[in-house]
Design a binder for this molecule. Structure first.
Ligand SMILES: NC(=O)c1ccc[n+]([C@@H]2O[C@H](COP(=O)([O-])OP(=O)(O)OC[C@H]3O[C@@H](n4cnc5c(N)ncnc54)[C@H](O)[C@@H]3O)[C@@H](O)[C@H]2O)c1
Length: 435
């Protein structure tokens, strides 16, 4: 191991290492707070001025990170925020947590990663550890980040260290948090793996080292493709069961009593969030470069992508059963966020359902305590309170997100509701239509 590598390892071991996190979103902010709580001096680099203002005022915009943790870290002098990337020069460790969306063509959009790596390259000096956390296709660290960083003459795993470590955080999951979810680490070489593993070992319960950055990148894509494909399968089974007049929820509940070889996944209105609907396409894009076609990914994407349309069909059927069309009817959505108890509406299927209903002439309103306003398709919608919504004379309600703050006993009493989440399972009656 070179002296540069051993010096950063020593600084990590003694918690003298200054940690820079690029991108303070759902992934970067919890991670920054964990490093600060573990005793590291952390600087978060963020380009969104509104987020910086919130953090400077001691407020968190990520529900999993309480304001008190931000205030504590700031008060202890362990957490600083900055927009000037030149500050990266002063960091021993740089962790990149920027978005990895898809282009309209469903090709990876690495522009955020490239911009962040450019900033790191400008600041790079011997003895720094750089880690990419953003979910991406296998090969990104080696093929994109490494050449950009080495362009100035420094060599990875020799002069500076470079690793990939996928983030597995599950927003809204109180049982598994950044600290308790094992972290996979793969370095460009042994020194990089060792340094990154030591760093995460200071903040997470378990670190799993793999042999390369490509393996670490692939691990994350296997995990998310596994979810996308299994959700696709169960969505198709749900459609099948509806045709066959079988209650799919009862089937899953009974099937999951098998103690081995089965894992329950649940049908729903479609995929949402910044991971499951996107990440598998990073993998299929990369596989295509090698002439390999990922049939499962394409099929699951097709089935899952059709779920909002299917929900609208079920709404149409429900209204039809009481002699009403969709056109001109008041339809109220409960939940806009892509999943329970989060404020994230990226790729949310509720947005697709909203748009499809508006296009068919429905008068759409919504309630989501986590999402005060929605701007979509040239329209602006504002959330109304749960109580107000129950007094609103809508023709049909739709439960799109099963937030735990909703009062399900009261929701089940509305004249007509389509439940896409099986949240009203205890309140079976003809006016409650289950997916
Ligand atoms: N959200 C999740 O549940 C989750 C879970 C696991 C992995 N991931 C992955 O982690 C990565 C980040 O996701 P996220 O949900 O935290 O995204 P996010 O949009 O919540 O946060 C990213 C942040 O990076 C900032 N940013 C973008 N470019 C920047 C730059 N050049 N310099 C500084 N800041 C910059 C953005 O302003 C934003 O605040 C993605 O690759 C995603 O796939 C997300």
């Amino acid at each position: 191991m070179t002296s540069h590598a051993s010096s950063v390892i020593d600084r990590i071991r003694s918690k003298q290492a200054r940690v820079g996190i690029i991108g303070l979103g759902y992934v970067g902010l919890p991670l920054a707070v964990e490093f600060a709580r573990a005793g590291f001096d952390v600087t978060g680099f963020e380009i969104d001025e509104a987020k910086l203002q919130e953090l400077r005022a001691g407020r968190s915009y990520v529900p999993d990170v309480p304001d008190s943790q931000i205030a504590e870290a700031v008060h202890a002098g362990k957490f600083h925020v900055a927009s000037d990337m030149r500050g990266l020069t002063g960091m021993d460790v740089i962790d990149i947590c920027v978005p990895t969306p898809l282009r309209k063509t469903r090709d990876p959009d690495l522009s955020y990663v490239v911009k962040a790596v450019e900033a790191v390259a400008d600041a790079l000096h011997p003895g720094q550890l750089v880690i990419l956390e953003s979910t991406t296709y296998p090969g990104t660290t080696e093929e994109v980040a490494q050449p950009m960083l080495e362009a100035g003459g420094l060599k990875a795993d020799v002069d500076f260290l470079l690793a990939f470590s996928p983030e597995r955080v599950d927003p809204g999951n109180a049982q598994f948090t950044t600290r308790t979810i094992p972290k996979v680490v793969g370095g460009i070489g042994p020194a990089s793996t060792e340094a990154a593993s030591l760093l995460y070992g200071a903040v997470v319960s378990r670190v799993v080292c793999v042999s390369s950055t490509r393996v670490a990148e692939m691990v994350k894509l296997l995990e998310n493709t596994f979810r996308a494909v299994n959700i696709g399968l169960v969505n198709e089974i749900a459609l099948m069961c509806h045709k066959m007049d079988i209650n799919v929820w009862e089937v899953i509940d009974a099937a999951k009593t098998k103690p081995f070889g089965f894992m329950p996944f649940y049908p729903g209105p479609g995929l949402g969030g910044h991971c499951i609907p996107i990440d598998p396409y990073y993998l299929s894009w990369k596989a295509r470069q090698t002439g390999f076609e990922c049939r499962f990914i394409e099929l699951a994407g097709h089935v899952n992508g059709a779920m909002p349309e299917y929900v609208v069909q079920r709404i149409a059927d429900a209204l039809n059963s009481v002699g009403k069309p969709i056109n001109g009817m008041r339809i109220h959505l409960f939940g806009i966020a892509y999943k329970r108890d989060v404020n994230d509406m990226r790729e949310s299927p509720a947005l697709d359902i909203l748009e499809l209903l508006v296009r068919r002439g429905a008068i759409v309103s919504y309630t989501d305590p986590f999402v005060p306003e929605v701007r979509h398709g040239g329209h602006v919608f504002s959330s109304i309170s749960f109580d107000q919504a129950l007094g609103y004379p809508f023709d049909c309600a739709v439960l799109t997100t099963d937030h735990s703050v909703f009062d399900y006993a009261r929701l089940a009493t509305v004249p007509l509701i389509v439940d896409t989440r099986n949240a009203l399972r205890e309140f079976a009656r003809p006016s409650v239509v289950r997916l």
